[in-house]
Design a protein around this ligand. Structure first.
Ligand code: GRF
Length: 226
């Protein structure tokens, strides 16, 4: 089941949220600029114009756009009912073949998940299926790992479905939990692993070397035929 045709270079869209630092976004941008990359970043889509991640994307000469999932009305804030349709319009405009969530804190609208089935990735700062789900983000994750007493931690790149941190796992990188670790130490060690793992997973997708079978993702040595 090919997920991407290698006949066309892959264009990716990176989704960030208001509070994103943009470090994973930056690692994807850098990797896509390398000579060996067969993917490029078409656009970074944010939820708020004042986000640091969008500023960093612009500094790297990447197209950015903001689509707010929330609409301000006289009666207060409501969900923006056009959010999904607007995202799809932008994704088509930039001819996007893969969406990469990088610190995007929401569930994507169902129409986007349907249209991009098996073509949306996320990175999570833990070894899923442990320490995932709603509320498991940022320091909450690393504090929970330390509290659990686990000797290993790490990150997971996975395909995205309608639930938080739930789709088929593509790659995981393990790091040790050291005796003296505070959550900041662990967070930094995991983040370093994230910056290496996410670009690798994206390049495998671009090379059409990911084969999804149920919940398992096989990494092929030879690309699938288009
Ligand atoms: C990362 O820890 C990532 O795993 C999670 O959100 C965080 C984003 O950090 N999904 P950054 O904005 O990429 O620095």
């Amino acid at each position: 089941m090919p997920t991407h045709s290698t006949a066309h270079p892959l264009k990716i869209a990176i989704f960030v949220s208001g509070q994103s630092r943009g470090s994973n976004m930056q690692s994807l941008i850098e990797d896509c600029k390398s000579e060996l990359s067969i993917a490029s970043v078409g656009v970074v889509i944010g939820t708020r114009s004042d986000s640091r991640a969008l500023e960093r994307a612009r500094e790297s000469n990447i197209q950015t756009t903001v689509v707010s999932p929330i609409k301000k009305t006289a009666a207060g804030n409501v969900e923006n009912s056009d959010y999904g349709a607007t995202l799809l319009r932008i994704l088509r405009k930039y001819d996007i073949g893969l969406i990469c969530l990088a610190g995007y804190m929401r569930i994507l609208p169902p129409i986007v998940v349907e249209e991009f089935e098996n073509r949306i990735m996320n990175i999570h700062p833990a070894l899923l299926p442990l320490f995932g789900g709603q509320g498991m983000y940022g320091e909450n994750v690393h504090k929970a790992v330390l509290a659990s007493g686990m000797k290993i931690a790490g990150c997971t790149v996975h395909f995205v479905d309608q639930h938080y941190d739930n789709g088929p796992i593509i790659m995981q990188t393990v790091v040790p939990v050291l005796d003296e670790d505070e959550f900041g130490d662990l967070a930094a060690r995991v983040l370093k692993a994230e910056h290496k793992t996410y670009p690798e997973a994206v390049q495998l997708f671009a090379q059409n070397r990911l084969q999804i079978r149920g919940r398992r993702v096989k990494i092929l040595t030879i690309a699938l035929a288009d």
